[in-house]
Design a protein around this ligand. Structure first.
Ligand code: ATP
Ligand code: MG
Length: 409
């Protein structure tokens, strides 16, 4: 009997996209194909109505886990492709259960349910009959009780036109939209907890993200750059390719600080960051900036200061975390694997010249005067001329790569 292990991908919101659906589906396919792990060998892709079936040469479990990191996919089932016969379906279900729970299934009781769907409505058995028939066989082989309302194990059976799929393990995907389907943005990435999460949330809404990090060089050590590098590497799991630019801000920061009231330094500095990020965004055809601001979290994130900062750029500044608490942000950072990097100590450029009491109120007019005194255009141009760039073979499992940041040519 032929059984082939495979992975079923189900898309979420793409289905709401009406006429644009095929564009989104194409983007999604490009993205997940660029993410295929080499450990799985050749992988055949077969779209089947609402589902995409992936047939790897080997290691379907590994492939399934990887697919849970691709935005735009809601549900990932590890499945077996079998002929449309009850005997084959039961045998496949038992085989998968043994794989998951060990050879002796009767050793431990697990409440289960069979959930059948028929795309082939001509199939001689109804879903209900399938559920009962398969359920009875599974019960006979395992001794497990049936529980339809709160099963510990769900056995899913899909009767298609040519074949059936059986799955005993369903993984939750990221959901959201395929990266790139909403355009491109430039993320201001510090070494903290917030901005990596902000970037991730925007990737999930379909933005391809580039990153800029500001170091305090030459007045700080490279620790914050190492963190930014490690963060982008981790975030590259969620999009097909990433780039990071590192700007050395120390000298411009000093000049700006000497032209401003100490209390306004923080806001002045943030505006400088946005101006530089905007320059780079134009070069990269990115149509928005992204920051990790959360309303009221620190002095620079009051409504007044947010307004003043926004007036330094004509690009929309997206702040996906504006309504999030720190705890919520850290919990998300843990889920996406950035928390353990963000927690490392670094020398941050923001603390370099931080005033003891940063102003919570500011206005753009005052800041424009400060910037004029400091010669802001030259500060921006000088910094942009000296950016260091790193590229990430995103999507691919980069965990084998060297940790050492190496600048792209
Ligand atoms: P984070 O945890 O992201 O560092 P934060 O709570 O420390 O945020 P701030 O230091 O006020 O808050 O920074 C607000 C936002 O400004 C950050 O989320 C980030 O988008 C941007 N930002 C701050 N410092 C840097 C930096 N050194 N390089 C790039 N962006 C920065
Ligand atoms: Mg910070």
């Amino acid at each position: 009997m032929e059984t082939i292990r495979c992975v079923l991908l189900k898309q979420g919101e793409i289905f709401l996209k009406g006429e644009n659906r095929s564009v989104f589906q194409k983007k999604l396919r490009q993205n997940f194909e660029r993410t295929f792990p080499s450990e799985c060998g050749q992988i055949r892709v077969q779209p089947r109505g609402g589902v995409v079936v992936l047939y790897p040469q080997r290691n379907a479990d590994h492939l399934a886990a990887r697919m849970t990191e691709v935005p735009g996919i809601n549900v990932v089932d590890i499945a077996v492709h079998v002929p449309k016969e009850t005997g084959a379906i039961v045998a496949a279900a038992l085989g998968e259960l043994r794989r998951r729970f060990g050879e002796d299934l009767s050793a431990e009781q697990r409440a289960f349910a069979v959930i059948s769907h028929r795309r082939d409505k001509q199939y001689p058995l109804t879903s209900e009959q399938l559920n009962r028939g398969i359920g009875a066989e599974i019960q006979k082989a395992t001794g497990w009780p049936v529980n339809l309302s709160r099963p510990e194990v769900s056995i899913r059976v899909e009767i298609n036109f040519g074949e059936a799929f059986v799955s005993v393990e369903r993984l939750r995907g990221l959901g959201g939209l395929p990266v790139g389907s909403s355009g491109r943005a430039m993320v201001l990435l510090s070494g903290g907890f917030d901005s990596p999460v902000a970037g991730f949330r925007m990737m999930k809404r379909g933005l391809a993200c580039d990153f800029i990090h500001f170091s305090g060089a030459p007045y700080t050590d490279p620790s914050s750059t190492y963190k930014a590098y490690a963060l982008v590497k981790q975030l590259s799991r969620f999009q097909p390719a990433s780039r990071l630019w590192v700007a050395q801000l120390g000298t411009a920061q000093r000049t700006l600080a000497s032209s401003s009231d100490p209390a306004l330094r923080t806001v002045a500095q943030r505006r400088l960051m946005l101006r530089i990020a905007e320059e780079l965004a134009h070069r990269q055809r990115a149509a928005a900036l992204v920051t990790g601001d959360s309303l009221g979290q620190v002095a620079s994130q009051t409504l007044s200061n947010i307004a003043t900062v926004d007036q330094a750029t004509t690009l929309p500044v997206l702040r996906p975390l504006v309504g999030w608490d720190k705890e919520e942000i850290i919990a998300e950072a843990r889920r996406i694997g950035t928390e353990e990097i963000s927690v490392l100590p670094d020398q941050d450029c923001c603390t370099l010249l931080a005033p003891p009491r940063p102003a919570t109120h500011s206005d753009a007019e005052t800041l424009l005067k400060v910037e004029k005194r400091a010669g802001i255009d030259d500060l921006v141009a000088g910094t942009v001329a000296n950016l260091q760039e790193f590229r990430f073979a995103g999507g691919h499992d980069t965990s084998q790569r060297t940790e050492e940041p190496v600048a792209a040519g």
